[in-house]
Design a protein around this ligand. Structure first.
Ligand code: ADP
Length: 412
């Protein structure tokens, strides 16, 4: 870079001043001398003086190193599903807390295979690294508890990188995430078990009906005594089928409104009296006496009257049927000033072996299928009870001792 020198300017001014003063003072020769000098300087000053000017030092600003990992890690740290960030060699660059909890901590930089040895997973990761295409696979772990995961691996598209970095030098990252689908699988299994059980329960009486119809059309065509016997059995089977369909409908209706809490106020005293009266004919047939133990005054809860009738009908009917040999069924309605309202149905029957107790409210679960069928059971009664109580924010507590009897308590 060049600049025109301006250093002569003060000198020019000075000489002009001297020449003018000299001339004014009548001093001719200093005036002429100063005039000459002035002229020379004006000529010289007109020529641009080229001075070397030092180039200003250009400070090269250093590009900040582009490292996206901390940000990616911070984001994944907030996720509640296990996630790993992998490098291009399938080494683990980061694992979030959920991954540490599920699979144990892994030193940074270790190969993924140090924790996950399944060839399926490693092949999937290799393929994604090679093709840059996402992949997913279902995987189950047995330890520490049985879990089913949907694993997905995908390249992390950072959308930006250090400028002018050649493609083959860009560091690539991959996200390996685990979605826990154990609960979904369990619900799927329950649903298909339910359909299988319901079909099985319906198929048995249907097969028996068809058999009797064929007999009535053929061998028993002209045997009125056999016809009467068979028709009575057919009636029982048809009734069993409609009971089953009623229970299935009840369950599906309850499922539909399971999230709506009931808002009526129901007095349990008259309700229990009503259920006892309705079950008196059955109890008499079985030779059982139902004794109710009710406190004075109202015992009110928030509930749906019809559904609560269904709960106590099921419990008292079961106590009469399965505890028949105990001869008595006691129903206690309890209410303390600071205690929850409780209704207990107690029988002195054979009791239930401990291993069956936790499963009693599963659909179609029965301690003895033959015993339940002979007592016109469908295996759905306690499942319905549990559904209704869940909607009422109430609990069913079952205590039973083999040889002594059972106690089914509803706690509101
Ligand atoms: P079910 O229609 O078979 O009665 P539930 O769901 O009402 O179906 O009951 C499930 C099973 O629980 C019954 O089959 C029976 O084995 C057992 N159970 C229920 N109540 C009693 C009881 N009071 N005493 C003994 N066993 C009972």
């Amino acid at each position: 870079m060049v600049v025109r020198a301006r250093q002569e300017r003060p000198l020019l001014l000075l000489l002009t001043l001297v020449a003018s003063l000299a001339l004014l003072a009548g001093m001719a020769w200093p005036g002429v001398l100063a005039g000459w000098l002035l002229l020379i300087l004006v000529v010289v000053a007109r020529k641009p003086a080229v001075l070397p000017v030092e180039e200003p030092e250009v400070v090269e600003e250093e590009e900040p190193v582009f490292d996206p990992l901390p940000q990616v890690a911070a984001t994944l740290g907030a996720l509640d599903i296990p996630a790993f960030v992998l490098g291009q060699d399938a080494s683990v660059l980061f694992q979030n807390k959920a991954a540490e909890k599920a699979f144990g901590a892994l030193p940074t930089g270790s190969h993924l295979s140090a924790k996950l040895r399944s060839p399926g997973i490693l092949d999937m990761v290799r393929e994604t690294i090679a093709t840059d295409e996402p992949n997913q696979i279902e995987h189950s772990e047995r330890l520490p508890s049985e879990r089913v995961y949907m694993l997905r691996v995908a390249p992390i598209d950072l959308g930006q990188r250090a400028p002018e970095t050649p493609d083959d030098e860009v560091q690539k990252f991959y996200l390996l995430s685990f979605k826990d689908i154990s609960e979904l699988r369990r619900i799927d299994r329950m649903r298909s078990d339910f359909v299988a059980n319901a079909s099985h329960e319906l198929r048995t009486p249907l097969a028996s009906l068809r058999g009797f119809i064929e007999t009535l059309q053929g061998p028993a065509r002209s045997d009125p005594a056999a016809q009467e016997r068979f028709l009575a059995i057919m009636f029982d089977q048809a009734t069993r089928m409609s009971r089953l369909v009623d229970d299935l409908m009840s369950l599906s209706r309850l499922e539909l409104k399971s999230h709506i809490a009931p808002d009526q106020t129901v007095d349990l005293r008259p309700l229990i009296g009503h259920v006892r009266d309705a079950l008196l004919p059955l109890a008499e047939d079985l030779g059982v006496e139902i004794r109710t133990h009710l406190p004075e005054g109202k015992v009110e809860v928030l509930g749906d009257r019809d559904e609560l009738v269904q709960v106590f009908e099921n419990l008292i009917e079961n106590a009469c049927k399965y505890g028949q040999e105990g001869k008595f069924v006691d129903v206690y309605l309890k209410k303390g000033p600071s205690k929850p309202v409780e209704v207990s149905v107690v029988d002195q029957g054979p009791g239930i072996p401990a291993e069956h107790v936790p499963r009693l409210t599963e659909r179609f679960y029965r301690v003895s299928v033959a015993d339940s069928r002979s007592k016109k059971g469908t295996g759905l009664g306690l499942a319905i009870v549990k559904h209704i109580l869940t909607r009422h924010r109430a609990r069913l507590i079952v205590k039973s001792e083999v040889g002594k009897g059972s106690e089914f308590t509803v706690r509101f």
